[in-house]
Design a protein around this ligand. Structure first.
Ligand SMILES: NC(=O)CC[C@H](N)C(=O)O
Length: 379
């Protein structure tokens, strides 16, 4: 039996690894938790955020001041559970209101054992993270509260995000198939590094039968499903650790099979081509990030969740072992690489989320681009 902290006054404290402290009230489960403190600027879509496996080991600070207004429904989750390791809000909804709502966000966090804190000045916290960069954090409530120095020592002993190899912790252990909706046109092998439910769905809507494979899938596993195309998903952790998926992708590139990657998948394509990856100061998280598709010049408003990025030259075509490659998409806020494409074979990827269930849907055309690559290959 879980209890809601809604309306109660259990004190909670948020401790950043640089010693900055915010005090508030327990929200969701009471206890302690650790992770990397990051902020998300989405005004809506908190269910999709909470259940995105890429948020594993991250404590998400919501910049929207009122969270929980539409409660929790059974349709919007991106996976079978909440993955954020902690949740920080300013004012939780006192009474959720939506025709689909089944329970409160507070109760859902508590039921899933996710420790959160409310009543925090999330503007001040976000400005701090923008100044100093994403960093480790702990949230403590109930019996976990101790003197500040002891809590800080615990935060400083928690694992870092840099160097974290997390995909296998969140990905499916067993392969499964998402059937095409309507007539089946293509088969895609999707390497699950933390895939969101909407991604195979967006493919299924386009007549693709998606074979979702575990993060540890080998090139033989990928080709065993006789794919028309191969997909590498989003996922948590530092792409510098993803040597296994990088070598599987290199095998796919060597066979020139149509290839598409999203987010972690983009970072893996970057590495497969010989580019580096690096940790951003505070990352991109939210559903209002402007990206330019340099192949068309069009600007799209997009959903992001990434703390790392590919280090590739923006204005020159690069020679790689798999032919020429270029940066296809760039973030207009900070010129971070948001997409890569090969010029001599059918492979591309984006750093952001065309599947974005909470919207915006400007980037949905990328799934059509993947379909066109598979059609061209077949013709
Ligand atoms: N959503 C993702 O796939 C994130 C990729 C990677 N873990 C990052 O933080 O950059």
């Amino acid at each position: 039996m879980t209890t809601s902290t809604r309306g109660t006054k259990v004190p909670a404290v948020l401790v950043l690894e640089d010693g900055r402290i915010f005090r508030g009230r327990a929200y969701g489960a009471v206890g302690e938790t650790f992770g990397e403190a990051v902020f998300s600027t989405g005004m809506t879509g908190y269910q999709e955020t909470l259940t995105d496996p890429s948020y594993h080991r991250q404590v998400v600070v919501m910049t929207a001041p009122h969270v929980g207004n539409t409660g929790i429904n059974d349709e919007d989750p991106e996976s079978g559970r909440i993955w954020v390791s902690g949740y920080v809000v300013r004012d939780p909804a006192r009474v959720p209101s939506n025709w689909r709502s089944r329970r409160t966000l507070d109760d859902e966090l508590a039921a899933q054992g996710v420790v959160g804190i409310s009543g925090v000045d999330t503007r001040a916290l976000t400005r701090h993270l923008r100044e100093r960069g994403a960093m480790r954090v702990g949230i403590f409530s109930g019996e976990a509260v101790a003197d500040d120095a002891a809590l800080l020592a615990k935060v400083q002993a928690a694992p870092q995000m840099k160097g974290a190899d997390l995909a296998a912790e969140v990905a499916t252990k067993e392969p499964y198939v998402v059937p095409a909706i309507g007539e089946k046109k293509f088969t895609v092998a999707a390497v699950d590094l933390g895939i969101k439910g909407m991604t195979p769905h967006r493919m299924a809507e386009r007549g693709i039968e998606v074979h979702v494979l575990p993060a540890t899938a080998t090139a033989e596993d990928v080709y065993a499903v006789n794919p028309d195309g191969v997909f590498f998903s989003n996922g948590p952790g530092d792409p510098a650790t993803a040597d296994g998926p990088v070598s599987v992708m290199q095998a796919v590139l060597a066979r020139r099979t149509p290839l598409f990657g999203i987010c972690f998948g983009n970072q893996i394509l970057g590495r497969a081509l010989g580019f580096g990856t690096y940790k951003l100061k505070y990352g991109h998280r939210g559903i209002n990030q402007p990206v330019q598709d340099r192949t068309t010049g069009k600007v799209e408003v997009t959903a992001h969740n990434h703390g790392f990025a590919v280090d590739a030259p923006l204005d020159t075509v690069s020679d790689t072992p798999y032919g020429r490659a270029e940066v296809s998409h760039v973030c207009l806020n900070d010129n971070v690489v948001e997409g890569l494409q090969l010029l001599d074979q059918p492979a591309f990827s984006v750093q952001y989320h065309p599947e974005a269930a909470a919207g915006p849907h400007d980037a949905a055309y990328l799934f059509d681009r993947f379909v066109s690559l598979m059609e061209a290959e077949r013709a």
